[in-house]
Structure formats: structure tokens, C-alpha cells
Design a binder for this molecule. Structure first.
Ligand code: CTP
Ligand code: MG
Length: 288
């Protein structure tokens, strides 16, 4: 399939592609987007309901990474984190559509950025994100075509997730799970404390580490279940830090599958150093 352009839309329920660009064929990589005719029809971008749609929240500022561009646009090996993350999803044959939730003031920039990188011929849409990760995901879900069964939610800040993790999560949802989370065991012992504004914090207890997992993305869901959970959370003002948390909160069942150490989230400056090292190793050994 030839590379499709990156489309963006303006509102939660907009049905119009207000601007599109045609992406490069895979063999060519022109640096600029070309306009293609505006359409007022809902394009059937995810023709097969068997294919998963991926929503990529990328609207955060990256405060903990320090001053600079929004985190998703910061570079790793000369390529923005967001492009790495979208490519990681596009590499999966299970994924047919990627919806990127861009910084609200950076939609046009993200469209042209994605258009200037080859994306394996996948359909990519860009929507404005929101003030919280949860809101960004909700806005992204609104751009996923009804009829899609499997949706993956993947942080732009996890640029190096291996395709095997993406495939495994999608397969577990297709096999019937309502919500699937990739996770890894913890290296450190964890203590629950009574937080203090300053000074030593009293320890409450030490959870059994063997029962704890650090969760990653992409998290996979039955689309109607996730949309319903986000709707209830909006109505109740509930805020959680991951999408599976919403499913849990409303009584749904979440299962964990093995994640991968390279699916770590770039949060602080040291994470970027580690990501550069992982990428350099991949480029040296796999021609990545
Ligand atoms: N995110 C988003 N919309 C927001 C906030 C976060 O789409 N309003 C996205 C981020 O872009 C990131 C993912 O959610 O890809 C995970 O969030 P996090 O790692 O916390 O990123 P930031 O919020 O950008 O970083 P920080 O909390 O340090 O500001
Ligand atoms: Mg954040």
C-alpha cells in the first residue's frame, strides 16, 4: 500500500479532514508535505475491524525532562521520540491506524513532522490532545472509527518498545481479554510511606515484591470497553495514571503480559542517555 498522508482534525467529533498531506512513498523521503484535496467524507481508514487502532498520547510538556521542546518532539538519534513511537507501532502487522494526540498548539508541526518521515504506509491521524494524559487519550479515542475492536494506547514517551510487545498485547485482546497491560518485575524493593513535605518519611509497610509489576505501554483494550470507561471517568471526574486503571476502577478485568526492558518511558534526562545507548546498540547490531 502506498504511503498515505497524515490527516488532522480539529474537534472531538469533527468528521472533516481539515488538512491533509500525502506522505512519501517508502522509497522516497521528500521533506515537505504536499496538499491533497480536502474531503468531507469520513474516510474508512481502518477497513478491517480485525486491525487494531493505536492511540498515541503525545501532548505532554515533558516537565521532568527539563527545558526544551515538548517531550514527544525531542530527538533521539536525530529522530523525534514521537516518530520512533509511531514507527514502533506501524511495524506491527496487527496495527492499521495510528491516532496521534499532539500538543494542542503543535498540531500542524506534528502533521508535517510525521509526513516527512516514512511510516510504513500506515494511516496516521493527528488530533489535538488535552490538558491531562487521560483527556488526550479520550480525544484520541474519538478519532478511532466505530467498528474497530482492538485499540492500543501507547505513550509517545516510550520510543523503543519492541514490536513483539505490540503484537503480544494486540493478540491477547483479540483472544478475548478486555484489557491487557505489558509489565515487568521490579528490580528495587518498594516501601509504602507516609509522605512528608520534608524530612524523613515513616515507612508503613513493604509490599511483597514478587506480586508487583511495573506497567508499560502499549496497553490493549476492547474499544467499546475503553470508550465507556473514559466516558464514566469524565462524568465522575475520576483521574487515573493509566488506561487500565480506568477499566479496574469500573469493575473490569485487566491482565498482564510480559513487557520488555526496552519499553521504558523517557521521563528524566538520564532516560534519554539510556535510550541513546539502546538505539546505538540496535543500529550497530540490527541495522535498525
Ligand atoms: N501526555 C499527553 N497529554 C498530556 C500529558 C501527557 O498526551 N496532557 C502524554 C505524554 O506526551 C507522554 C505520555 O502522555 O507521551 C506519558 O506522560 P509523561 O511521561 O508524564 O509525559 P509528560 O506529561 O510530557 O512529562 P512530564 O509529566 O514530565 O511533564
Ligand atoms: Mg506527565
Amino acid at each position: 500500500m502506498p504511503g498515505r498522508g497524515v490527516a488532522w482534525r480539529n474537534g472531538e467529533h469533527g468528521s472533516t479532514n481539515v488538512q491533509s498531506g500525502r506522505g512519501p512513498a517508502r522509497s522516497r523521503h521528500p521533506r515537505s508535505a504536499r496538499a491533497i484535496p480536502i474531503t468531507t467524507e469520513e474516510p474508512n481508514l481502518n477497513a478491517s475491524a480485525q486491525l487494531a487502532a493505536a492511540v498515541v498520547p503525545a501532548a505532554g510538556r515533558g516537565e521532568r525532562l527539563g527545558p526544551g521542546a515538548p517531550k514527544a518532539l525531542r530527538e533521539l538519534g536525530g529522530v523525534p521520540l514521537l516518530v520512533h513511537a509511531v514507527r514502533a507501532l506501524a511495524r506491527s502487522r496487527a496495527v492499521g491506524l495510528v491516532v496521534v494526540c499532539a500538543p494542542p498548539d503543535g498540531v500542524a508541526e506534528v502533521v508535517s513532522l510525521l509526513d516527512s518521515h516514512g511510516l510504513d504506509g500506515k494511516d496516521v491521524r493527528v488530533v489535538p490532545g488535552g490538558a491531562s494524559r487521560q483527556e488526550s487519550v479520550r480525544l484520541g479515542l474519538a478519532a478511532v472509527p466505530a467498528g474497530t475492536r482492538v485499540v492500543l494506547v501507547h505513550d509517545a514517551a516510550r520510543p523503543l518498545v519492541p514490536v513483539e510487545v505490540v503484537d503480544a498485547v494486540a493478540a491477547a485482546v483479540r483472544a478475548g481479554a478486555e484489557a491487557v497491560v505489558p509489565a515487568v518485575p521490579l528490580a528495587d524493593t518498594v516501601k509504602r510511606v507516609e509522605p512528608q513535605p520534608s524530612g524523613p518519611e515513616p515507612v508503613l509497610d513493604t509490599p511483597d515484591r514478587s506480586t508487583l509489576r511495573a506497567v508499560q505501554t502499549p496497553q490493549g483494550f476492547d474499544l467499546p470497553a475503553l470508550v465507556a470507561a473514559h466516558g464514566k471517568a469524565l462524568a465522575e471526574g475520576a483521574e487515573v495514571t493509566d488506561d487500565a486503571g480506568l477499566i479496574e476502577r469500573f469493575g473490569g478485568r485487566v491482565v498482564v503480559v510480559p513487557g520488555h526492558e526496552e519499553a521504558f518511558k523517557v521521563t528524566r534526562p538520564l532516560d534519554l542517555v539510556l535510550a541513546e545507548a539502546v538505539l546505538a546498540r540496535r543500529r550497530a547490531t540490527d541495522g535498525y
